[in-house]
Ligand binder design. Structure first.
Ligand code: ARG
Ligand code: ZN
Length: 874
C-alpha cells in the first residue's frame, strides 16, 4: 500500500490529553490509556479510527461505559469505534510484550532496560492512538515497575509524583507541559547510573542535566555532557533559542536502530553516540558524539516545538537540524576539515543514492514504509538545501527567517512551504524556483566552459545545468543554483570580481552567482590576463560539477586556492583522474605525468608547516573506492582498488622521507585531548603511516606494530590495527587477538574488532566473516554488531563484497533474509547494499539480481524490505 503526499487530510479529532499508565512486567506489560477526544468542528461525522499494531485489547470504555463487542472493530492495524459523540473520553487497556520486541520499535528491552523508539510509527505498538505527527497532545505518564530491578523510571517532562506501592513495586508520574505528537513520547526504566550536571539558560532558568547509562559506563559520559552544555549555549547565542523544561535527560542503550532520538526532555541514544573514553573511542567517535548530542538537542526547537505535519515533511526537521548540528560542529572543530567531511558523506553516499533505483526527492511524494526514508537524501541533502538558503539569503537574514518560522509555528505541525514562506518574508526574496530542490530528485550536473576575450579583457563563463532522470521523474526543470565563485591570477593571488552590467561592482574577491537557467553565460570584466577559476567554493550547491581544468590547473588550485574546500577538491579531482586513467591502457602516460604533479603537490603540503594539520591530512587523502566507483559508467571493482593502491605506493616510495619526517614530527605529546590541534596532528600522523605502510618492507611493518603497541588511545590503535590486518604476515592476527582481549566485553570496542575484519582487503575476508558470524561475541539481535560486520562488509569493502563469484552477495542476502523477521528496519537498510547493482558488469549484475529475486520471492517479507527490494528490481 502506497501513501501519497497529495492525499493528506487533516485529522478528524483532537486529542486534548493523554493519560498513560504502564505496568512493566517480565512477561506482560499492561498499558492503560485515557484519551480526551474532541471532533474537529469542520470534520465529517463518522467512526473513530485509531492506529494500533497487533495490540491485545483487554478493556475498552467510552465515557466510562464498557463497549459491547458490536460497538467496535479490531484488526491487526487499528481499532474502530463505530459511533462516538462530539467530545468524549476513551479508555483502553492493552497487553504488550516488550521482551519479545526485536524490531526495536515501540516499547522494547535493551538488555535489562525498558526503552522506547516511537518515531516514526512505533507508538501504535504501545497503545491505540492517532499515530501521526499532526495530532499533538499533552501527555501524563505513570510507570509502575519492580523497585529492585527498575529503580529508574523516566518519561517526558517533569516528575510530579513518586510512590512506593508497598508490594515491592514503585511508581513515578511524569507530566509534559508541552503538547507533542506521539512520536516524541518516551519511557525508560531500568537499573541505571546517572551523571548529573546543571545548566543556567540565558534567561536564568536552572536546568538539571542527567545522562543515564549502565553503571559500569559512568566513566564514559563526560564528553557527552560537555557537548550538551556547549550545544545549549550555542543555540542561545546563535539562534536565540532557549531550553524550555527544568530537566533534560539522555539515556544510552546498546540496542538501537538509528543514532538517537529527540523525545521531548528524554532523548534516547544508541550508546555509540554517548560513551567515550580515549582508550575506547576514536577522534571520529568523539566528534560524532558531539554532533549527535547537539543534533538531538537542537531538535527541541526544530522538530519538537515546531514539528512536521506529515512524514513527507521529514526533512523539514531533519535537514534543518543536520544543518544546525553541522554548523555547531564547525564552530568547535577545524571548520575546513568539517566541511570537507560533510561534503564527502554527501558525495559518496547521497550521490550514490541519486544514481540508483532508490533515488527520491528531499521531500518524497509517496512511500510505502516511512522507515525507508530516513536517508542521506532527506538528512544530508536536506541540510545542503538549508545551507543554500543561507547562502542565498545571507547569514543574518537566514537566522531571522528561521526564528520567524519558529515563532509563527510554535506548537504547530508545519510544512516545507511554511518554512520557505518564513524565510522569504525575512529576506523579501523569491524562493519559488528554489522550492523545486525539495521535489526534484537526482544530482544536477553543472558543466562549465569559459572563454577569455583578450581584446576586451573579459572572461565569459557558460554554465549549463542538467539533471538526469530518476525513477518516476523523467524530465527535470532548471534549479536555482547558488555558485560561490572566486578567481586567481597566475601568481595565485585573488582577483577582484566585476560582472559586466554591474559596473559599480562591489570590489569583492568572492561572490555568489545565481544560476537559474538551463544554460546561461556571464561575463566578467577588467581581467588583464586569463584568470584561474575557483567555482562552487565551499561546495555551495549539491551538484556534480564538470569543469575543463587541465591537471596543471588542478595542481595550481591545490596549491593556491584560498578556499580550503576547493583546494581539497582540486586534489581529489587530480587524484581521481590519475587513478581512473591508470586503469586505462591508452591514458597510462597522462596518468604517469599527472602522478608526478600530484607527488610534487603532496611534497609541498608535507613541507608546509603553517598548514592546519587536520587539513593537511585531508589534502593528502586519496578519494575512496566508493566515490571512485560512482565516477565510472560501469564500475571496475578491481581496477579501482589496484589503481588506488598503485598511486598510494608510488607516493609512498617517492615521498617516503617526507612521510617519515612528518610522521615523527606528529607524535602526540602529553595527555590525550580532543582539541582540533591534537585531532589534526593524529590524523596527519596516521595518514603518513598509511602511506609508509604501503612500502611493505620489514621496516614499515615494524612501524605499524610499534604504533599499535605504543598507542595510548583508540585513534592510533585502530589505525595501526587496520593496516596490520590488511597486510600479509602474522602481525594482523596477533594484534587482533590483543585487541579482542583489551576490549573486555565492551560492546562498542567489540564492534570495532568486527568492523576492522569486515573491511579487510585480504582475499580471506569473506571466509573470516563467515567464521565471525558464529563467534561467541556476534549478536545478530544487536544492530550495532550487525552493522559492524555485515554493514561494513557490504557498504565499505567493495573489493571483497563484489568478489566476482558472487559469494559476497549470497552472504548479504542470507543475512537479510535471516534478519527480516527479527528487525525489518535493519533488514531494509542492509538491502540497500544491493542498490547499485545495475552499475556493474554483467556477471556481477546477474549475481546481485539473482539475490534480489531470491529475497523478493520469499513468502513473507516485511514492508520495509519488500519496498526496497521491489524498487531495486523495477
Ligand atoms: N529523529 C531521529 C534523529 O534523526 C531519528 C529517528 C529515526 N527512527 C526511525 N525509526 N526511523 O535524530
Ligand atoms: Zn534528527
Amino acid at each position: 500500500e502506497t501513501i501519497y503526499l497529495k492525499d493528506y487530510t487533516a485529522p478528524a479529532f483532537w486529542v486534548d490529553s493523554v493519560d498513560l499508565h504502564f505496568e512493566l512486567g517480565e512477561e506482560q506489560t499492561r498499558v492503560a490509556s485515557r484519551l480526551a477526544l474532541r471532533r474537529r468542528p469542520d470534520s465529517p461525522s463518522g467512526a473513530l479510527v485509531l492506529d494500533g499494531d497487533k495490540l491485545e485489547l483487554e478493556q475498552i470504555l467510552l465515557d466510562g461505559r464498557p463497549l459491547a463487542a458490536n460497538e467496535y472493530l479490531l484488526d491487526d492495524e487499528s481499532l474502530t469505534v463505530l459511533a462516538v459523540p462530539e467530545s468524549f473520553v476513551l479508555e483502553t487497556t492493552v497487553v504488550i510484550r516488550p521482551q519479545d520486541n526485536t524490531a526495536l520499535e515501540g516499547l522494547y528491552r535493551s538488555g535489562n532496560i525498558f526503552c522506547t523508539q516511537c518515531e516514526a510509527e512505533g507508538f501504535r505498538k504501545i497503545t491505540y492512538f492517532f499515530d501521526r505527527p499532526d495530532v499533538m497532545s499533552r501527555f501524563t505518564t505513570t510507570i509502575v515497575a519492580d523497585k529492585q530491578s527498575y529503580p529508574v523510571l523516566l518519561s517526558n517532562g517533569n516528575c510530579i509524583d513518586r510512590q512506593d506501592l508497598g508490594d515491592g513495586r514503585h511508581s513515578a508520574t511524569w507530566q509534559d507541559p508541552f503538547a507533542k505528537p506521539c512520536y516524541l513520547f518516551a519511557l525508560v526504566s531500568g537499573d541505571l547510573g546517572c551523571v548529573e550536571d546543571r545548566f543556567t539558560t540565558c534567561s536564568g532558568r536552572e536546568v538539571a542535566l542527567e545522562i543515564y547509562v549502565e553503571k559500569h559506563n559512568l566513566d564514559k559520559c563526560a564528553h557527552a555532557m560537555h557537548a550538551l552544555k556547549k550545544a545549549m549555549r550555542w543555540d542561545e547565542e546563535t539562534y536565540g533559542l532557549e531550553y524550555d523544561l527544568d530537566i533534560y535527560m539522555i539515556v544510552a542503550v546498546d540496542d538501537f536502530n538509528m543514532g538517537a532520538m529527540e523525545n521531548k526532555g528524554l532523548n534516547i541514544f544508541n550508546s555509540k553516540y554517548v560513551l567515550a573514553r580515549p582508550e575506547t573511542a576514536t577522534d571520529a567517535d568523539f566528534q560524532a558524539i558531539e554532533g549527535v548530542i547537539a543534533h538531538e538537542y537542537f531538535h527541541n526547537w526544530t522538530g519538537n516545538r515546531v514539528t512536521c505535519r506529515d512524514w513527507f515533511q521529514l526533512s523539514l526537521k531533519e535537514g534543518l537540524t543536520v544543518f544546525r548540528d553541522q554548523h555547531f560542529s564547525s564552530d568547535q572543530v577545524s571548520r575546513a576539515v568539517k566541511r570537507i567531511e560533510d561534503v564527502c558523506v554527501l558525495r559518496t553516499h547521497q550521490f550514490a543514492e541519486d544514481t540508483g533505483p532508490l533515488a527520491h526527492a528531499v521531500r518524497p511524494e509517496h512511500y510505502q514504509e516511512i522507515n525507508n526514508f530516513y536517508t542521506v537524501t532527506v538528512y544530508n541533502k536536506g541540510a545542503e538545501l538549508v545551507r543554500m538558503l543561507q547562502t542565498i539569503l545571507g547569514p543574518d537574514t537566514f537566522i531571522r527567517g528561521v526564528r520567524r518560522y519558529l515563532q509563527h509555528h510554535d506548537g504547530q505541525a508545519a510544512t516545507v512551504e511554511d518554512f520557505l514562506m518564513a524565510l522569504r518574508e525575512a529576506g523579501n526574496l523569491d524562493l519559488q524556483q528554489f522550492q523545486r530542490w525539495y521535489s526534484q530528485a537526482g544530482t544536477p550536473q553543472v558543466s562549465i566552459t569559459s572563454q577569455y576575450l583578450a581584446a576586451e579583457q573579459a572572461l565569459e563563463i557558460t554554465f549549463e545545468q542538467f539533471c538526469p532522470a530518476t525513477p518516476g521523474q523523467a524530465n527535470k526543470q532548471p534549479l536555482h543554483i547558488p555558485c560561490k565563485i572566486g578567481m586567481l591570477d597566475t601568481g595565485g593571488q585573488p582577483l577582484t570580481l566585476q560582472l559586466s552590467g554591474d559596473e559599480a561592482g562591489t570590489g569583492t574577491e568572492e561572490m555568489v552567482l545565481h544560476l537559474r537557467q538551463d544554460k546561461e553565460t556571464l561575463r566578467f570584466i577588467n581581467l588583464p590576463e586569463p584568470p584561474v577559476l575557483s567555482l562552487f567554493r565551499q561546495f555551495s550547491a549539491p551538484i556534480r560539477f564538470v569543469g575543463e581544468e587541465s591537471s596543471q590547473t588542478l595542481a595550481f588550485l591545490l596549491k593556491h586556492d584560498s578556499d580550503s574546500f576547493n583546494r581539497w577538491d582540486a586534489g581529489q579531482r587530480l587524484a581521481e583522474r590519475i587513478i581512473l586513467n591508470g586503469a586505462n591502457q591508452s591514458s597510462r602516460e597522462t596518468a604517469a605525468n599527472d602522478l608526478d604533479l600530484l607527488a610534487a603537490s603532496f611534497a609541498s603540503i608535507l613541507q608546509d608547516d603553517s598548514l592546519d594539520k587536520g587539513l593537511a591530512a585531508k589534502l593528502l587523502e586519496l578519494p575512496n573506492e566508493l566515490y571512485l566507483a560512482l565516477q565510472m559508467q560501469e564500475v571496475d571493482v578491481e581496477g579501482i582498488h589496484t589503481g588506488r593502491e598503485q598511486v598510494r605506493k608510488h607516493l609512498a616510495v617517492n615521498l617516503r622521507e617526507l612521510f617519515r619526517a612528518v610522521f615523527n614530527a606528529s607524535q602526540s605529546t602529553g595527555d590525550y585531548s580532543v582539541e582540533p590541534e591534537a585531532v589534526g596532528r593524529r590524523s596527519l600522523k596516521n595518514r603518513c603511516l598509511w602511506y609508509l605502510d604501503a612500502l611493505d618492507t620489514e621496516e614499515s611493518s615494524q612501524l605499524v606494530a610499534d604504533s599499535y603497541r605504543s598507542a595510548t588511545n583508540m585513534t592510533d590503535r585502530i589505525a595501526a590495527l587496520m593496516l596490520s590486518v590488511d597486510n600479509s604476515g602474522a602481525l594482523g592476527q596477533e594484534l587482533l587477538g590483543d585487541f579482542y582481549r583489551r576490549a573486555e566485553n565492551d560492546p562498542l570496542v567489540l564492534d570495532k574488532w568486527f568492523a576492522v575484519q569486515a573491511r579487510s582487503s585480504k582475499p580471506e575476508t569473506l571466509a573470516s566473516i563467515k567464521n565471525l558470524l558464529s563467534h561467541s561475541s556476534y549478536q545478530p539481535q544487536n544492530p550495532n554488531r550487525v552493522r559492524a560486520l555485515i554493514g561494513t562488509f557490504s557498504r565499505a569493502n567493495p573489493l571483497r563484497f563484489h568478489v566476482s563469484d558472487g559469494s559476497g552477495y549470497a552472504l548479504l542476502a542470507e543475512q537479510i533474509i535471516a534478519l527480516d523477521p527479527v528487525n525489518p528496519q535493519l533488514a531494509g537498510y542492509l538491502a540497500g547494499g544491493f542498490s547499485a547493482w545495475r552499475r556493474y558488469d554483467e556477471g556481477r549484475r546477474k549475481a546481485m539480481q539473482q539475490q534480489l529475486q531470491r529475497i523478493v520471492s520469499l513468502p513473507k517479507l516485511s514492508r520495509d524490505l519488500s519496498e526496497v527490494v521491489t524498487k531495486m528490481l523495477e
